[in-house]
Design a protein around this ligand. Structure first.
Ligand code: PMV
Length: 315
């Protein structure tokens, strides 16, 4: 009985969330120590068994609901591969990425399942980064409406990316980081549904287009400057740009008192910059810190109500 394992990382959005949906540039990076894992095993019993032990769930693919993200990932691969008959398989997913927290847990789960299945079935062309990103996007689209494509890209490529949503093909450039960036991610512990927040921003954009276009432009400019700063190793400037981006997100009304308390605490404890990351209204914030300040900022974040603080170094 053979078995195949693939994993995909969590992600943070460093610059340009929301504005990226409206075709402005954004920067995202993988969080390699938080991962989703998919394991595929051949079975004797016919059928495809889906197992998610973290959620205490086990069921047949044939019984899955239409909006089941696990099944959608499996079916996205099957459709593209033109698979009509399934071998008997057990697919197990597990993840250390907190859910609904702006860390890309859904995209990572889909990417891990798609890559593991592609390898297991000998469809190596569909296990390549670009194919995994495209298939993961299909899953995101079914479940989230109008995703920009940045989440699926960064979890599939597993590199910091500068991303612009555009047709017919998104602009995707992997970024070279001149100096390691030490980041702390602090979880508000508040679940936030990306689709709802993105929908709310759309409604506001529709009723006040000019103002929102201006905010999106500002986010786009911050992302462009941040890209330069990362490539030149200008860490202080990068921090300032993060805090600036946080102000634009506040103007969009996607921040929250809990996120702002964490941003404030990080800065008071000496972070170079801080902002929410992802859809907002909950989930995680990120702070850029000098290594020698890391512990101080971590403790300040916990005192300010963070449920958890993770470390990540961008290189
Ligand atoms: O909440 P997350 O981590 O899925 O991030 C959403 C990022 C948005 O820019 C708000 C939406 C998108 O599709 O890019």
């Amino acid at each position: 009985m053979s078995q195949t394992i693939a994993t995909a990382p969590g992600k943070i959005i460093l610059f340009g969330e929301h504005a990226v949906v409206y075709n402005r540039p954004a920067i995202a990076a993988p969080v390699t120590q938080l991962r989703a894992t998919a394991r595929i095993e051949d079975m004797r019993e016919p059928g495809v068994r889906l197992c998610a032990p973290d959620l205490n769930r086990e069921y047949w693919l044939a019984d899955a609901r239409d909006d089941d993200p696990f099944a959608r990932a499996v079916l996205a691969l099957a459709q593209t591969a033109g698979l009509t008959e399934w071998p008997a398989l057990k697919i197990t997913v597990s993840s250390s990425i907190p859910m609904a927290s702006g860390l890309g847990s859904g995209a990572a789960m889909a990417a891990a399942v798609i890559r593991a299945l592609a390898f297991h079935l000998g469809l190596d062309n569909l296990a390549a980064d670009e194919a995994v990103a495209d298939l993961t996007y299909q899953v995101e689209k079914l479940l989230h409406g109008t995703p920009s494509g940045i989440d699926n890209t960064v979890v599939a490529y597993e590199k910091p990316v500068y991303f612009i949503r555009q047709r017919p093909k998104n602009q995707i450039e992997t970024l070279k980081v001149a100096r390691p960036c030490h980041l702390l991610m602090a979880d508000t512990g508040i679940y936030s549904i990306t689709k709802d927040v993105v929908g709310d921003v759309r409604r506001q954009w529709q009723s006040d287009t000019e103002r929102f276009e201006r905010i999106f432009d500002n986010c786009g400019r911050a992302a462009e400057s941040a890209r330069q700063s990362m490539e030149l190793g200008e860490i202080d400037r990068l921090g300032k740009l993060m805090t600036q981006n946080q102000r634009y997100l506040e103007e969009m009304t996607v921040s929250s008192p809990e996120l702002e308390r964490l941003v404030e605490a990080a800065q008071t404890a000496g972070a170079l910059g801080a902002k929410l990351s992802g859809a907002g209204r909950g989930g995680n914030m990120i702070a850029l810190v000098r290594e020698d300040r890391e512990e101080l900022v971590r403790l300040a974040l916990l005192r300010a109500g963070a449920q958890d603080v993770f470390k990540s170094v961008l290189t």
